[in-house]
Design a protein around this ligand. Structure first.
Ligand code: SAM
Ligand code: DTB
Ligand code: SF4
Length: 322
């Protein structure tokens, strides 16, 4: 083991049998290990608050089976134009006033055109000027596009691996795993922090969840943020009607992400609207230390701010400063 690994506990050589063994631990042992990892790198009272805004909604050319924004499905989401820069900055100002430290702009694109990068760069500069961390999720990027986003002040880029390499083709056929890895490499090379995670509850097996964590934890550098989304089942999408995931298995996934990527922010991401306060509390115990706050994710509902404030108060959690 290299010295740096001994000091930090951060490893990039996680194997599937090791990750499988973590998932198989008695629940108490798993949570204990996640707590040890969490407390080694973070103040366990602190939760990072991000706010999402869909800057370009619907009409997407990709066929992601979970996504209401794909043009291929009738999920009740109309295609809209890219928002005006001033409206985006207003939304960011409101998010900051409500306590968010990071503002994430999402676009339903397979990949941005160069003129889209011009427009989004202006938004990033404006949001950054408010003193917020900036994040964008715009689909696949070329290296020069990643560079331009960096120059405009982009702190984080979200690009999820979503599931295991084996299950990926059952969920998306219009791009492949390597396309995702390539964009992640361009984002890293440009010096932008990486936000990369996945979705569970898509009918995948536990082995797929093991494979997803392996893919994330063996990246050359761990993503700084790891969003773990629970599928939001939207009528009209192919995954609507998928069997619901056992909440304890969701908590296990969070704990295994925390143990394998101990210095990363692990976000309890989509799916909180229908989750009990008790399940969310278990997720925080398992090492989740970030949420999306605000009434909407991109197109689907998220808990009201008052519910989140009350839950954080009951648990003694406080917002992490950016
Ligand atoms: N189009 C870009 C892309 O796919 O990278 C950016 C926006 S896309 C909506 C961002 C992420 O949202 C997806 O990678 C997926 O992980 C997540 N997502 C989309 N629909 C979801 C759903 N119904 N439930 C949970 N997560 C979802
Ligand atoms: C991520 O991992 N989850 C967010 C964000 N990154 C862009 C998106 C969740 C979307 C949930 C479905 C919707 O609201 O459309
Ligand atoms: Fe398009 Fe992103 Fe939705 Fe896939 S997840 S359909 S790429 S908006």
């Amino acid at each position: 083991m290299p010295d740096s690994t001994l000091e930090t506990g951060i490893r990039h050589d996680w194997t599937r049998p090791e990750i499988r063994a973590l998932f198989d631990l008695p629940f108490g042992d798993l949570i204990f290990r996640a707590q040890v990892a969490h407390r080694r790198h973070f103040d366990p009272r602190e939760v990072q608050l991000s706010t999402l805004l869909s800057i370009k909604t619907g009409g997407c050319a990709e066929d992601c089976a979970y996504c209401p924004q794909s043009a291929l499905y009738e999920a009740g989401v109309d295609a809209e134009k890219l928002m005006d820069c001033s409206a985006v900055i207003e939304a960011a100002r409101a998010a900051k006033e409500a306590g968010a430290s990071r503002f994430c702009m999402g676009a339903a694109w397979r990949e941005p055109k160069d003129r889209d990068i011009d427009a989004v760069s202006a938004m990033i500069a404006g949001v950054k000027a408010l003193g917020l961390e900036t994040c964008a999720t715009l689909g696949m990027l070329r290296p020069d596009q990643a560079e331009r986003l960096k120059q405009s002040g982009l702190d984080y880029y979200n690009h999820n691996l979503d599931t295991s390499p084996e299950y990926y083709g059952d969920i998306i056929t219009t791009r492949c795993y390597q396309d995702r890895l390539d964009t992640l490499g361009h984002v890293r090379a440009a010096g932008i922090a990486v936000c990369c995670g996945g979705i569970v509850g898509m009918g995948e097996t536990r082995e797929d969840r093991v494979g997803m964590v392996e893919a994330l934890a063996t990246l050359p550098a761990h993503p700084e943020s790891v969003p773990i989304n629970l599928l939001v089942p939207v009528e009209g999408t192919p995954l609507h009607g998928a069997a619901a995931l056992d909440p304890i298995e969701f908590v296990r996934t969070i704990a295994v992400a925390r143990i394998t990527m101990p210095a990363s922010i692990v976000r309890l991401s989509a799916g909180r609207e229908t989750m009990s306060d008790e399940t969310q509390a278990l997720c925080f115990l398992a090492g989740a230390n970030s949420i999306f706050c605000g009434e909407k994710l991109l197109t689907t509902p998220n808990p009201e701010r008052d519910r989140d404030r009350a839950l954080m108060d009951r648990l003694g959690l406080v917002p992490m400063r950016g």
